[in-house]
Design a protein around this ligand. Sequence first.
Ligand SMILES: [Zn+2]
Length: 264
Amino acid sequence: MTTVTFLGVGAALPAPGETNSAYLIESGDVRLLFDCGPAILQQLAAVGKSPGDITHVFFSHSHGDHALGWPMFLLWWSIESRARTVTPPVVLASVSTWSHLRLLWEHSYGELPTPAFTPIELNESGSAVELTNTITLHTYPMVHSSRFHTLGARFVERQQGRSIGFTADTARCDNILLLARDVELLVHEARYAVSGPPESAAQAKYHCSAQDAGEFAQAAGAKQLALVHIGAEYQGRHADLIAEAKTRFTGPVFAPRGGDAVRL
Ligand SMILES: [Zn+2]
């Protein structure tokens, strides 16, 4: 069984009671943390986990809502792991994201020894990394920021013939179709609604709408669609975004809350 836990689902400035977007994917021996925002220690604790449970970390990009938890996550390994026999995780990020992650640690706790995690630098044009001999993480460049390179990902369980797609933060782009092709679950950002306030349209340069998410899920043949990274201005109105996505996608659509989990 594979479980995707939505540790947080908020946008960069989350609504009250929400936290930034991060996901935990558990499959066999792999427990992959997808992004590591400022409240990551609290997000893991809220679902009964600690950094010591994590075998792999993937960073989509280095915007603060996705990466500022990195020094706190590493601090756990620097202090708490000493008394335990746990192996620090494999950490995957693009070359440019790594340059930011190294500075974050240096500027936060640079006087401490750096925990012995395994860094993997990913090509910014996309790549495929074998996490185990049956699980591969494929990455794809997204369109999000002129300065901070962003990767989406497709988590592939070869034995089960099953995949899960994660768009990370992105404006509309063709690579969404590649990471979402026939996936069991598509975790798609939906920062805004086309039916929302007029200023929402300004988000289209950096983000997708719920309607976009539905359109890509349908075109890619996804089995189900989770809407995440929803703007705080839509708190209490997630049903509107689900309805908007359903105008384009015929499969099930949901907008998880922080702490919700899906079993595949
Ligand atoms: Zn974000």
